[in-house]
Design a protein. Sequence first.
Length: 298
Amino acid sequence: MVTSSVRANLVNHSSLSSKLRDYYTLTKPEVNLLILMTTSAGYYLASRGPLKVGGLISTLVGTLLVASGTATLNQWMERVWDGQMRRTAMRPLPSGRISSREALVFGILLSVAGGIYLAIAVNVLSSLLAIATLLSYLFIYTPLKRKTPLCTMIGAFPGAMPTLIGWAGAGTAINSQALLLFGVLLLWQFPHFLAIALMYRDDYSRAGYRMLPSFDRDSRFTRAEILVFTLALIAITLLPFSGAGALYLVGMLLPGMFLLYYVVKLMSSTSKAGPSRLLHASVLYLPIVLAVMMAYRP
């Protein structure tokens, strides 16, 4: 028979595991995967000679800590409104599984630890870029989500910063190639996040988020916006990168046409499935483009 003490230990273990899962959820691991991917691309493309694996790992660890802290503090700031949306109501904070104080302390500790770690283990520039990303995301982008649809444009800048953090982590000065990589991620965010805004338009509206223009009830403006930014994205990927030739252009055009196909489908249909398909297409597109760029590292 299972004794009461054993049962109590099992309950405590289950409770601890559940708590740890909630803390892990606060860090938004699915977003962090994207951040680590783009940071790695920046580090690799900036590297000269053999890749310094230790330096890459240190850069990723520090960036992950800051990104996790940013995600946690963002949810702490938006906990009341997250509780008003179906897609976020069961997150650890609005559901009450994690207290506001716990999340605040956890987010601050992660952020400070990441900033200090980057400064000591990598370099000061990577740390400053990571801190600037955190501050602009939390104190500019996050409040603007409830004030203006321009928040997506402004939020794209901190969203693209991991590329530069990775670049700086390799000890290379920020140059035109770094800015090209930054521009790719900057423009990619528009079809990606505007697709999400279309998918959850009613949910965002219910919580008072102004992710889309109020005049654009039929979404035509937003769909046209997605098209324009996608064309700009494809164009910037075709710019010369490290003297790459015809194969590079083909490698960029193919995923570009793939993404554009789903954008055109979105333009020609009001189906609710359109934004979801575009979202998934954008997730497939980005790693392919980064892989092509990395393949042509000098």
